[in-house]
Design a protein around this ligand. Structure first.
Ligand SMILES: C[S@@+](CC[C@H](N)C(=O)[O-])C[C@H]1O[C@@H](n2cnc3c(N)ncnc32)[C@H](O)[C@@H]1O
Length: 380
């Protein structure tokens, strides 16, 4: 009967769930048979003793499995404390640890599926702490080294950019000087005065540039004029037209009226020298040192004639290249009431003239149309 049933089942088409049911039924049957057949095993154990033994066996088996799972770390130092192992071995560097941490966690997860979640979290925490410690330790000297290198590099970079900026500023200032200088030579004095009024800084740019130019010259014609005044009586009154930094006033004992479009020092009377605040026939020596700049220069000379006493002295020094025709200049001056008494045209850079006032200027000075070439500085 039993065999019949079995043979029936044997040919029954099996379904997956049937297989599982079948397996479970077979296990139960086997266990029951075992109990029935052998209530004591060969060692004379009863069922509960057997169950205990089975549990112990499983425990040992689990431990072994754990050790095996630790095999990859064992290769790197099986008996090291966990912290030690994480610190050394293949995760030797912070970077290695960083990546290694991920890898190790991954491999741990892969190889030790039975590791408790708590333990795995603990391990991850430990790895993070070690990683942080290693980073701090590693960055210290490296950062210090980088700082040591970076500080002089930054200083060098700063000085490079400072010198570049200063060169650019110098070029800009030189360009501004050339521009202002050109304006002074190519416009009438009224416009030059307006320029300095509107932009007082332009006056300083001009004066700094001019001072720099003077330092390149082998001699300054102003010194010869000062030497001349020194030889004369200190009681003589001097008018310095276009005085700049008032070097004459600062160098002689005489009374000096210093006129300029702006004040480079407190001795300056700011005005357009085409019209100075002095009475007629009040001055003994009138000076134009490199200052016949405006296109209306004839008006300056006429103003000097007005303030000069009869037989008063007119000193003129100008850049040699400004004279296209020196004789025309001397003739124009004669027309303005000045007789030339001496000239120095041997100097390659500057021409110097001395005139005396022999007469008053005629009314219609503008028709003289006296011009000198502008003195333009080259771009260096
Ligand atoms: C080249 S600098 C010479 C400065 C001084 N005479 C020297 O030899 O050191 C010419 C000076 O003339 C001044 N100047 C030019 N035109 C002027 C004007 N119309 N009225 C007053 N000063 C003038 C300029 O401002 C400048 O200071």
């Amino acid at each position: 009967m039993k065999n019949k049933k079995r043979s029936k089942n044997k040919f029954r088409q099996s379904k997956p769930e049937d297989d599982a049911d079948g397996a479970r039924t077979a296990d139960k049957r086997e266990a029951a048979e075992d109990v029935k057949k052998d209530p004591h095993n060969g060692n004379g154990e009863n069922i509960s003793q057997m169950a205990n033994r089975k549990q112990k066996k499983e425990k040992v088996k689990r431990k072994n499995t754990e050790r095996e799972a630790d095999g990859c770390s064992a290769a790197r130092g099986e008996n090291q404390p966990e912290a030690e192992r994480l610190k050394s071995g293949s995760e030797g560097s912070a970077e290695g640890l960083k990546h290694g941490a991920g890898v190790q966690v991954a491999s741990t997860n892969r190889q030790k599926p039975e590791l408790s979640k708590e333990r795995s979290l603990k391990r991850q925490k430990l790895q993070k702490i070690l990683l942080r410690q290693e980073r701090v330790g590693a960055e210290g000297p490296v950062e210090r080294m980088q700082m040591e290198v970076a500080v002089p590099e930054a200083a060098a970079e700063q000085s490079r950019s400072d010198s570049l900026r200063s060169r650019m500023e110098q070029r800009l200032e030189a360009a501004r000087f050339r521009y202002i200088n050109e304006r002074l030579y190519s416009t009438a004095s009224g416009e030059a005065r307006r320029m300095f009024q509107q932009d007082p800084e332009a006056f300083w740019v001009y004066h700094r540039g001019y001072t720099a130019q003077v330092q390149r010259w082998p001699a300054n014609p102003l010194d010869a004029i000062i030497a001349y005044i020194h030889k004369r009586s200190p009681s003589l009154v001097v008018a310095d037209f276009g005085c700049g930094d008032c070097k004459i006033a600062r160098s002689v004992k005489n009374k000096v009226h210093s006129f300029d479009l702006a004040a480079a020092c407190d001795l300056v009377t700011v005005c357009d020298m085409a019209k100075v605040p002095l009475g007629d026939d009040s001055v003994d020596i009138a000076v134009f040192c490199l200052s016949l700049m405006g296109t209306n220069l004839v008006e300056f000379l006429a103003e000097a004639n007005r303030v000069l006493k009869m037989r008063g002295v007119l000193k003129v020094a100008e850049v040699a290249s400004r004279f296209d025709n020196m004789q025309n200049f001397i003739s124009a001056l004669a027309g303005l009431g000045f007789k030339m008494t001496s000239k120095d045209t041997e100097n390659s850079h500057f021409f110097s003239f001395e005139f005396v006032k022999t007469g008053n200027v005629p009314q219609n000075v503008k028709k003289f149309g006296l011009q000198l070439r502008p003195c333009l500085y080259k771009k260096r």
